[in-house]
Write a protein that binds this ligand. Structure first.
Ligand code: GLP
Length: 242
């Protein structure tokens, strides 16, 4: 596990984007696992900028996103599909048909979970998975639990996550209570993991996840067992890690 300390959010974002850019340069038909939330926004800005300058080519890249709220369609501005289009896909030269997000409108969780796992396999697996860190230690939407969920599945969001994500909605009542997410197994099968973490409100959970005991109550702790993981955090988020 490599832990890289960046001085601030901008430096964290640039370093993360450099790693993703290197992946695309080395393997132009890479499968990138992508994430939502506020943490990756700066990373996506860098990628869009470099692509605009002609330094990066996404024409052969495929993407699979970690998660999606259940019940939100593509046109809903709070859906993760909408977020990805707005913040990355519409700004780079990727083929929209190569971008994949779980289908929040599929009513049958088993069907959607199976479809998404098969899709990832058919693409040849994920080359590098970008991850953010939830305040309760979740990755994707794998919430604290008494076991590690294997594959893509439907989850009930915790109160802490609903609370943390309500800032994007008109009120907490409008935050969906469920989501589809890649499982811990799906994430751990990615060939590389790239975790980004920013801000002092993540310092405690970052120390617990990266240095503490590996346990399903802190889902992100599992990444300690991955053979190729890079963590990039800003000084505030890594303030409890020497
Ligand atoms: C959301 C997403 C996660 C994300 C996390 C952290 O709930 N499902 O994939 O990593 O929140 O978000 P932020 O980066 O805004 O702190």
């Amino acid at each position: 596990m490599k832990i890289i300390k960046a001085k601030d959010y901008q430096e964290m974002s640039r370093k993360a984007a450099q790693i993703l850019a290197a992946q695309v340069i080395m393997k132009p038909d890479s499968v990138l696992g992508l994430a939502t939330g506020s943490t990756p926004l700066g990373t996506y800005d860098c990628l869009a900028e470099w692509c605009g300058k002609g330094d990066l080519d996404f024409s052969r890249v495929s993407t699979v996103n970690l998660d999606e709220y259940r019940g939100l369609d593509h046109a809903n501005d709070q859906s993760y599909y909408y977020f990805m289009n707005k913040n990355l896909f519409s700004r780079i030269n990727i083929d929209p048909a190569h971008t994949h997000v779980p289908d929040g409108m599929e009513p049958d969780p088993e069907k959607e979970s199976k479809r998404y796992e098969e899709l990832i396999s058919s693409l040849g697996g994920i080359d590098i998975q970008l991850l953010g860190l939830g305040h309760d230690g979740h990755i994707g939407f794998n919430e604290p639990n008494s076991f590690f969920d294997k594959n893509t599945h439907c989850v009930d969001l915790t109160e802490m996550t609903i609370e943390a994500n309500k800032r994007f909605f008109a009120s907490a009542d409008e935050v969906p209570r469920q989501a589809y997410t890649m499982g811990i197994g799906t994430i751990m099968r990615a060939r590389k993991l790239l975790m980004i973490v920013s801000g002092k409100d993540k310092a405690e959970i970052a120390a617990e996840a990266f240095l503490g005991e590996v346990r399903p109550e802190v889902p992100a702790s599992i990444i300690q067992f991955h053979p190729d993981v890079t963590i990039i955090g800003d000084a505030e988020a890594l303030s409890k890690i020497n």
